[in-house]
Design a protein around this ligand. Structure first.
Ligand code: FAD
Length: 435
């Protein structure tokens, strides 16, 4: 029996594993293996909500082992260590501690390999950024942001109690990068500072004493997205007392702040780096064609330009579909469509049938701004521009994208129960982690 190995069980990889498991795996037409370094899957677009304490990862994650058993694929927890393209085998470091100590290498042979390892934070070589700024590219990094916010608020409260004459702001949060990640995080953090104040977790004025700014090197926020959408989001951020500074390049980061344009030093208690996404550096070591961000370059059928047996999807892939001029952005919408495509294309590849090229449809963008606020631009896929939604309807649509993901991995019955459990968790608690 032939083996399809998928490395990375994120927005793209888990969807492929489930789809192929339910078809090829169930009928024993192929062995489907999913490898991920983590035992659980959490949908990455929730990370800013994890950072703000709005989403509890243990409530929203799903176990890969459980998904494997239900959907007829095999799961191996481990870190991709190397790839031997000639022998068609990967080695996976399994059973080690978090830093890899004590791990053993397990060889897994493949007939077709799908790389879906996602992206990592891109620091552009800015001095001090990697060392002093917090990232937002994994559950643990999101938890770090939350913990740092709570600790900083507690310290500022103690300082304010000791010196009541101190002038605001007491806490400065600087978010570098006004892409979707940066602006959504800023909005969620603003909401969290208010909620924590309401519950007495801190006694600072959540607006006057907590300064939240978003710094962007490009002339506008949300670079690469619809201009009208960006203006609408900028207006909302201003209403939420979030300072937005565009055309400001961060040139270094230290423990206590950052430098703008090489000369202007700004104090910051917390710096979050949300300025760019690159592929994990490992991809560039496999001898496959990559772009300047280290993403594996793929052709119209999502196969590597150098190896027909290797597919790359999601954030780790550089894809320029035949129906579009530009490289696709690192977004869940792209990952999802590529996963759906591979679910039907891979079985055809396995049986030597002709395969249609991947066609991407841009359904627009939705930016969630916390507290039932969101802004979206819609229907780009149908050639209609200028459809915008705001407020509760946009927030509902944004939420529906996550629910579609829950539905895709769980099926109708379980998706309903899972969604109910998410709702109950919010209803019974404060809706935000208070510690
Ligand atoms: C805060 C935030 C908000 C976002 N909001 C949106 C949004 O609103 N809309 C939108 O379209 N997109 C959004 N995105 C982008 C979106 O999350 C990504 O584009 C999408 O998750 C990419 O899917 P993926 O499967 O390629 O990677 P991921 O979902 O990142 O999955 C990668 C998987 O690979 C595993 N892995 C990585 N390296 C290895 C290895 N060496 N060995 C084994 N396993 C490995 C990881 O554990 C992970 O499970 C957001 C991203 C962030 C960070």
């Amino acid at each position: 029996m032939k083996t399809i190995v998928i490395v990375g069980g994120g927005a793209a990889g888990l969807q492929v594993a489930i789809g192929l498991g339910r078809t090829l795996g169930k009928k024993r037409r192929a062995r489907v293996v999913l490898v991920d370094r983590s035992p659980t899957h959490l949908w990455k677009p929730l990370l800013h909500e994890v950072a703000a304490g709005r989403v509890e990862p243990t409530v929203h994650h799903t176990s890969f082992a459980l998904q494997a058993e239900r959907n007829h694929f095999h799961f191996v927890q481990g870190e991709l260590a190397s790839l031997d393209r000639t022998g068609r085998v990967i080695s996976v470091a399994t059973g080690g501690t978090g830093d890899g100590t004590g791990a053993t290498l397990q060889a897994i042979a493949y007939d077709k390999l799908v790389l879906a390892v996602g992206g990592v934070t891109q620091y552009f070589g800015v001095p001090g950024a990697r060392e002093h700024a917090l990232a937002l590219d994994s559950v643990s990094s999101a938890e770090q942001v939350r913990e740092r916010l709570h600790a900083t608020l507690r310290r500022a409260c103690a300082r304010a109690a000791a010196a009541p004459q101190a002038r605001p702001p007491q806490v400065r949060v600087a978010i570098v990068g006004a892409g979707a990640t940066g602006v959504q995080l800023a909005a969620q953090l603003r909401r969290t500072t208010r909620v924590l104040n309401r519950y007495g977790v801190h006694r600072l004025d959540p607006v006057r004493d907590v300064d939240i700014s978003v710094l962007e090197a490009s002339p506008t926020i949300l670079p690469g997205m619809d201009r009208e959408l960006a203006s609408r989001v900028a207006r909302q951020l201003t209403k939420m007392n979030i300072r937005v500074a565009t055309g400001q390049k961060v040139t270094s980061v230290t423990a206590g702040g950052l430098t703008l344009d090489g000369s202007n030093y700004v104090d910051a208690d917390i710096v979050v780096w949300a300025a760019g996404v690159a592929a994990p550096p490992q991809i560039a070591t496999f001898g496959l064609a990559v772009n300047e961000k280290g993403q594996a370059r793929v052709g119209s059928t999502l196969q590597s330009l150098d190896d027909d047996n290797i597919f790359a999807i999601g954030d780790c892939a550089s894809c320029r579909p035949t129906n579009g001029a530009n490289e696709l952005p690192t977004r869940a919408q792209v990952a999802y469509q590529q996963a759906l495509y591979l679910q039907s294309a891979l079985p055809r590849h396995m049986s030597g049938k002709a395969v249609e090229p991947f066609a991407y449809r841009d359904y627009g963008s939705l930016i969630s701004l916390a507290g039932g606020r969101a802004v979206g631009s819609l229907a780009a896929a149908r050639g209609i521009s200028g459809w915008y939604v705001e407020g509760k309807l946009a927030a509902l649509m944004h939420h529906a994208v996550y629910r579609r993901h829950i539905l895709a991995i769980n099926g109708w019955g379980r998706a309903l129960v899972v969604s109910l459990s998410h709702g109950l968790e919010r209803l019974l608690g404060a809706g935000t982690r208070l510690h």
